[in-house]
Design a protein around this ligand. Structure first.
Ligand code: SF4
Length: 449
């Protein structure tokens, strides 16, 4: 096992496992919204990145953590090319590469791992939390990273806590990597004392610092007494959890984390996601209501930000209004974004695909989607391509591997991964989010002249 010293770049989707299953055919929803709409479930070949991708934003967010992938050269290439960080910049991630000797069982991978961790922690005294991140190869050779994490924690606590999670491509989609990482953190969070009960809000899901600061500022001005974020920027700021903790989701892909928080007594607040003006307002209202604060306070505090966002959206509405859009499944953010594009920008939704649909967490989003929207969960990429070609949408949101072939067929595409790597939540980002969809349409119009 070794730590790579050079940078290699590679782009492209990683194939997932093939689980053939006949899809159920949906009928259009008769009522308003898609709350009880049927969902086309597909379990065929899918085109998404694996859970290691989450390290790209998690390593930026948790400033005293380090992510050590235990995997192959392919895993190293994926992370390094996706993160675009130079090795001499001392990034907070690396790959311990399993070589032929490890894979053939000729070397004890645990001994090798212990040596790599020892060397890493000597070189990087700033690390407080070390994540051992499992991959397809480490799972194939059944390297037990949870036992390794326990063993190494015993050795390095209290200076460094060692945790583990899986980022392998066997999971449904790449945002599950964040869910697995946050779920690994939950047992380490302190318990809230009785005095802290009924007085804290926990926002779950990684947001860029600038967005987190904006939302924290709004929540503070609204009067929410205490707001914490998971993940916290530093391990010393880890939030305490208890029956008084109210959980508000910033991202739709944290299902397992929420389940573990609920097991510790926390309660999830019903809300849409803070995407667009409407979603952000309802999200803030849900937080306010949990602390007995009325909607009028939210309206007053957010008035200027909403007005700014409205002005920013007007420009993009001219391009997007009435245009049709098709979503291939990618990040689980598809529903809130589709809802925003339909309700605030007047786009027509043809199909909204999502890798996994958590009906409870997405209840408000489903209710807000226009009735008759075709919803699909999972993927059978060839069938979905056929539906997309039949629809001929004005804009197709898809992974990198599908974008070029579809462009060659005359369809206009948007890379779905940009929606995860760009700040898109909250009022100040609403215009930028709309711009991400307007830009390819403008470009296509210019090329057509
Ligand atoms: S974890 Fe699996 S899918 Fe992801 S880069 Fe490594 S080998 Fe590929």
């Amino acid at each position: 096992m070794s730590l790579p010293g050079s940078l290699l770049f590679r782009r492209g989707p990683l194939p997932g496992p093939i689980i053939p299953l006949q899809p159920e055919s949906p009928a259009p929803a008769a009522d308003g919204g898609c709350a009880s709409a049927p969902v086309l479930r597909e379990r065929g070949q899918r085109e998404v990145f694996c859970g290691l991708t989450g390290i790209v934003w998690l390593h930026r967010k948790i400033q005293d953590a380090f992510f050590l992938v235990v995997g192959s050269r392919t895993c190293a290439h994926l992370i390094q090319s996706a993160a675009g960080v130079m090795i001499f910049a001392e990034p907070r991630f690396a790959t311990a590469i399993l070589d032929e000797r490890d894979l053939a069982g000729l070397a004890d991978a645990n001994d090798e791992l212990d040596r790599v961790v020892q060397r890493l922690l000597e070189r990087r005294p700033d690390i407080r939390t070390l994540f051992l991140v499992g991959s397809c190869p480490s799972e194939v050779i059944k390297l037990d990273l949870s036992r390794a994490a326990e063993r190494l924690s015993r050795q390095f606590l209290p200076r460094v806590r060692v945790l583990n999670y899986s980022g392998s491509g066997i999971e449904t989609t790449f945002t599950q990597g964040e869910d697995a990482c946050l779920a690994a953190l939950v047992p380490t969070l302190p318990s809230a004392g009785a005095s802290a009960q009924a007085s804290s809000l926990l926002v779950v899901g990684t947001l860029p610092d600038v967005v987190e600061d904006q939302l924290a500022g709004l929540l503070e001005r609204i009067g929410v007494p205490r707001v914490d974020f998971l993940p916290a920027r530093r391990s010393s700021a880890a939030p305490a959890i208890g029956p008084g903790t109210r959980v508000l989701l910033a991202q739709p892909f944290v299902g397992e984390t929420v389940r573990l928080l609920e097991e510790r007594g926390a309660r999830r607040l019903e809300a849409p996601f803070p995407i667009g003006i409407e979603g952000t307002t309802a999200w803030l209202e849900a937080a306010a209501a949990a602390f007995g604060i009325g909607r009028s306070v939210v309206a007053e505090v957010t008035a200027s930000a909403r007005a700014r966002a409205q002005r920013a959206l007007e420009r993009q509405r001219e391009v997007l209004q009435g245009r049709s859009i098709f979503f291939f499944p990618d990040s689980q953010l598809e529903l809130p974004i589709a809802r925003f594009l339909a309700r605030e920008l007047g786009m027509r939704l043809t199909e909204v695909g999502t890798p996994y649909l958590h009906r409870e967490h997405q209840a408000q989003e489903l209710a807000w989607l226009p009735a008759g929207t075709r919803l699909s969960e999972g993927q059978d990429v060839e069938r979905q391509l056929d539906r997309c070609r039949a629809d001929r949408p004005d804009l197709t949101v898809c992974g990198l591997g599908l974008a070029n072939p579809l462009e060659a067929e005359g369809l206009t595409t948007k890379w779905a991964i940009e929606l995860v790597f760009s700040p898109i939540h909250g009022y100040e980002q609403a215009g930028d989010l709309a711009e991400l969809f307007a830009r390819p349409l403008r470009r296509r119009a210019l090329l057509a002249v």
